[in-house]
Design a protein around this ligand. Sequence first.
Ligand code: UFG
Length: 326
Amino acid sequence: MKKLLVTGGCGYIGSHMVASLQRAGHDVVVLDDLSSGWRESSGGATTCIGDVGDRALLDELFRQHAFDGVLHFASLIEVGESVDNPAIYYRTNVAKTLTLLEAMIEHGVGVLVFSSTAAVFGEPCRPLIDESHPTQPLNPYGASKLMIERVLADFELAHGLRSVSLRYFNAAGASPDGTIGERHDPETHLVPLALQTAMGVRPALKVFGRDYPTGDGTCIRDYVHVCDLADAHLLALEYLFEGQPTARFNLGSGSGFSVQEVLDSVERVTGRRVPFTDAPRRAGDPARLVADAGAAKATLGWRPRYADLDTIVQHAWAWEQKRALL
Ligand code: UFG
């Protein structure tokens, strides 16, 4: 049993992580400023409402709890917003993470799992993206995450802080027991938008671009179940607690689905139509992003449990239906 600090533990991926750490018997403390999370999402975990860039608060937390490690989810995540307002991305995702890392060093906490993203790669130059793929982010969001990956390599050399950066492809789905799920405000992600459109609580979904060089002309993404992501973090922690060195892993199912295929899946699962209109391409969207997650499988022993798109959509649908009744 480890004592762990989870920043952003009230957010979408963070809340699934907290549930999974607790199931695994760990003692979890959440730090979240509720800028995009929900207080009730961290379940029964001790939750401190505050800013991950607040050094005095971090010092107090680190003095109060003898943490064995940190899982750092708290960050801004909207690609478009990062293009319009880069300063808040560099301040929140880079500067505040540096404050967290300095506090960890000061208080002798030497293990970190960091939420990175497929956006570090930019326009892919081969069909499957492994860890050796060049990193040329197209937007400040991806750049901010890549900067921290670099900082983490430097911090291992300088301070012995060991970390695993996990580059998520398209996180989707919800806890199979229906207790937690995706809840962004505003929502920009395809799966929840399509489900809410099927429910009739949103107008027709805009398909951003039908002229991509893909089979049906819509963008292809690699949808990975949020609980499979949580599993990978548990394995990354084990890896680090075994004393292994800093590493980066791509996390995706390895299968690509087009926007149209996602809409088809939503129609199959819900039994309802998803009205849509064709819209121009969204700025910064690569045609195809699909992971080669071979390294996470070989090194961490990661085995995604819910690689099937309809299963991911089914879990997200159960959650959306429950939310509608809340
Ligand atoms: N899409 C639509 N209509 C919508 C919303 C999305 O057609 O209303 C399309 C997008 O253009 C894209 C696909 O659906 O082709 C998926 O879009 P999302 O917004 O759900 O996800 P992204 O692929 O843009 O981004 C996600 C994460 C980012 C991360 C990126 C890395 O949200 O944080 O994956 O691959 F950087």
